[in-house]
Design a protein. Structure first.
Length: 317
């Protein structure tokens, strides 16, 4: 089968063997999305070799449980052991033996086929089209913030970053009724937010030491510095970015101001699917362009351009 292979910071389209794990479902991939993690993996963010991709929608073609065959599905990316201390104590996304789809020791979804245990799969409602369902994983990651932090309607919330993930975070936080402002540098990002009546704020307008909750989603040290300046004493700083290398941080000021710092990544799939089914969020506005699998290298070049939001890869049926 055709697949996009990453090795030694280089990607190329290869003919590889179709996956054959007898205890996992075989999924025919329909669409896959390029995210910032994929782009960072190509740059060497993490030493991964294999098929890239973890945002997808597909159809189950083989499974031990015949009820899954023919179902249109999305899938959680962490495959866990269920036996380690983290799993047994309800922290399965931190499983000590986990593999991660297209990221850690598990081939991903920029391919004709992929595999996952059926326990990782979620059926896609009929009313949710493929171009929407492919956003389930990042939308779930956006919703994880509200799993971790009680965002109240009276809270002043600042979101720093309005890229691929930031747009979804903005749409989901807006549903809480909080006093939300978003730092968005690019005109297209600002336009998407304003169409949903989400307020955009310029960096120079941000009052320091005033915001109850600040979400950092830029992936840059400069974004963290801005978020740190904005948060009030005893406020909550939610980190949605992963940074390559090390950062210099004044932890003394964080201790003195008693800042709560929360790391946040994977989130709940079923609520994400329900929000899309009810059309309470619309991730499809992020789509800039779609490429066929045979043009995946061009797709990655397009996704890496400054200000580009979501690029999709379609896998022919």
């Amino acid at each position: 089968m055709n697949a996009l292979w990453l090795e030694n910071n280089r990607i190329d389209l290869r003919d590889v063997s179709q996956p054959r794990k007898p205890d996992e479902a075989l999924i025919k991939i329909r669409k896959a999305g390029i995210c910032s993690t994929d782009l960072e993996l190509v740059k060497g963010y993490y030493p991964y070799t294999g098929i890239l991709g973890h945002e997808f929608v597909g159809e189950v073609v083989e499974a031990d449980d015949a009820a899954w065959v023919g179902q249109r599905v999305v899938g959680e990316i962490n495959v866990v052991c269920g036996r380690c201390e983290q799993c047994l104590n309800g922290r399965s996304t931190h499983c000590e033996n986990r593999t991660v789809l297209g990221i850690v020791n598990r081939d991903g979804t920029f391919a004709e086929f992929a595999q996952l245990p059926t326990s990782n799969l979620h059926r896609v409602p009929d009313s949710v089209p493929d171009e929407m369902a492919v956003f389930t994983e990042p939308l779930a990651a956006a919703l994880e913030i509200q799993q971790q932090v009680q965002v109240k309607p009276t809270d002043r919330v600042l979101l720093v970053g309005a890229g691929r993930l930031g747009q979804l975070i903005a749409q989901t936080l807006a549903l809480t009724g909080c006093d939300l402002h978003v730092v968005a540098r690019h005109a297209h990002q600002q336009s998407l937010l304003k169409k949903r009546e989400i307020r955009v704020i310029a960096e120079e307008e941000i009052q320091p030491w005033r915001w109850d909750v600040v979400v950092e989603a830029t992936g840059s040290p400069g974004g963290f510095a801005l978020a740190r300046k904005a948060i009030r004493p005893r406020g909550t700083l939610v980190m949605k970015s992963t940074y390559q290398g090390e950062m210099s941080i004044n932890f003394s000021s964080i201790v003195v101001d008693e800042i709560n710092i929360i790391g946040s990544r994977c989130g709940p799939f079923e609520p994400a699917l329900r929000l899309m089914e009810a059309r309470q969020v619309d991730p499809t506005v992020l789509i800039v362009e779609e490429f066929k699998l045979q043009d995946a290298l061009k797709a990655f070049e397009r996704a890496a351009e400054t200000g580009v939001l979501k690029v999709l890869v379609e896998i022919p049926r």
